[in-house]
Design a protein around this ligand. Structure first.
Ligand code: SDX
Length: 429
């Protein structure tokens, strides 16, 4: 930690207010403003554009360089050489597992893939056309009702088994959401398969025949989970941390993260990208939509472009772009018109002054939706896939917070409402 100081002078307050400047291992230094309250002042930063809400060792993003590190390892290397469950282990424990540790971890996760049979009844309560994210918010929060024996958040063993249960059961629940919408029977996990292959088996298999999953598609699915695993203090992870700071159980916290992720400005963007590409419909209409995206009076934004932190290419979208051709080839959809529109849209946007000046590059959601569509995943399941992958990051951040000293999150405000006034009786209004 540096012994640097920041001095703040405020009209009407005698003398300068001295505040510590803290430095991490990477990234900008931070000014510790906690003593401002004692001076009768708050900071004001809607959207937390320049606010560090916590200290963390899990993930680092350099938006200018388009760099994403998980416990120091570049996302490109993890996507190339690791797999999703190994990345889950890394995010949670801070180091890559040895071969023995990895086998034990994978076996542990696979031993938790089933859900309590009573959860089947929960799905019977949803309409056939319920949005899968609505179902996921409900059933993930409801998991807490099955594990009363391990909800003591101050017990490291309870935190660990909850993390294992959540990572293991998210694919099972996600597949159940999909099966509910098709009217097909739920598929039990087949633990002889890898994590991602098991998910595709539960999604697309049926009890009448054995399902053969193309290894290329299973690998692509695993990379999609891996690329979505964590992304420092994004909106949904910050929601999980805030919920967790009240002492809520991990299932409730992850359910709050799912709810936050659903928004089209966040994890809902992959679904919105596909809807946008389908609305564009033809390459000849791309200019019309780019024009709308630049029009201040038009709320339309080019979904899949822009990012709060990345002012360069999102490294995850580069990896996605790379696997596109392989997956399309394996699924025989290499000439998919939406992919052609996406590629053309990307080219036009990256050459347009508006997008260049505002540094709006394709983000993780731009290509992930196209790949998931090629795999045969319905559009309304895209954010569920995102939530499944991001569960690793959410639970790692939750665990990091709870296993260190923390305070309940309680932001303040700039109040601009009425000053005190007396109640006006009804007969005088
Ligand atoms: C994810 O935080 C994370 O890490 C998120 C995520 C993760 O892994 O958790 O990376 C996942 O959420 C990726 C983002 C997915 N969302 C989208 O693709 C939706 C489209 N993008 C925009 O809504 C927007 O870019 C955001 C929400 C992603 C970022 O918004 P910011 O940081 O608040 O940026 P901004 O709104 O301040 O935009 C800066 C300028 C604005 O113009 P001016 O007011 O300066 O004139 O850029 C414009 C915006 O109008 N702009 C866009 C645009 N994105 C920003 N204009 C057109 N199309 C867009 N997509």
């Amino acid at each position: 930690m540096s012994d640097k100081k920041a001095l703040l002078t405020v009209d009407g307050i005698d003398g300068a207010i001295e505040m510590p400047v803290l430095s991490g291992t990477l990234g900008p230094e931070v000014v510790d403003v906690s003593r401002l309250t004692g001076k009768g002042l708050f900071t004001y930063d809607p959207g937390f554009v320049s606010t560090a809400a916590c200290e963390s060792k899990i993930t680092f993003i350099d938006g200018a360089k388009g760099q994403l590190l998980h416990r120091g390892y570049p996302i490109e290397q993890l996507a190339q050489q690791s797999d999703y469950l190994e990345t889950c282990y890394l995010l949670m424990n801070g180091e890559l597992p040895s071969a023995k540790q990895k086998k034990e971890y994978v076996d542990t996760i696979l031993s938790h893939t089933m859900v309590h049979e009573s959860l089947v009844s929960f799905f019977k309560g949803f309409r056939y056309d319920a949005h899968p994210m609505a179902m996921m918010c409900g059933v993930v929060g409801a998991l807490a009702s099955f594990y009363h024996d391990s909800l003591d958040i101050n017990n490291p063993e309870h935190r660990e088994i909850s993390a294992h249960r959540l990572i293991a059961k998210m694919p099972t629940l996600a597949a159940m959401c999909y099966k509910h919408s098709t009217g097909q029977p739920f598929m039990y996990p087949d633990n002889s398969r890898s994590y991602s292959e098991n998910f595709l088996h539960m999604m697309f298999g049926n009890p009448c025949e054995s399902s053969r999953i193309d290894p290329i598609v299973a690998k692509a699915m695993d990379i999609i989970f891996l690329l979505h695993a964590d992304h420092e203090q994004n909106a949904s992870t910050s929601t999980v941390r805030l919920a967790g700071s009240s002492g809520a159980n991990p299932f409730a916290c992850i359910s709050s993260g799912i709810a936050a992720l659903w928004g089209p400005a966040h994890g809902g963007a992959n679904e919105a990208v596909l809807n946008m590409l389908q609305e564009i419909g033809d390459e000849s209409r791309i200019d019309e939509f780019v024009k709308r995206a630049k029009d201040k009076n038009d709320p339309f934004r080019l979904m899949g472009f822009g990012h709060r932190v990345y002012k360069n290419f999102d490294p995850r979208s580069r990896v996605m772009q790379g696997i596109c051709d392989e997956v399309f080839g394996a699924m025989g959809v290499e000439h998919d018109p939406l992919l052609k529109i996406a590629r053309k849209l990307e080219k036009i946007a990256l050459e347009d002054d508006y997008f260049v000046e505002k540094k709006l590059y394709p983000n993780v959601d731009f290509y992930s939706g196209i790949i998931m569509k090629a795999i045969g995943i319905p559009t309304d399941m895209f954010t569920v896939i995102f939530a499944t992958g991001r569960t690793a990051g959410w639970i790692a951040h939750w665990n990091e917070m709870i296993s260190n000293p923390y305070k309940i999150g309680r932001p303040r405000q700039l109040y601009t409402g009425h000053t005190q006034r007396d109640y006006t009786p009804l007969d005088q209004r």
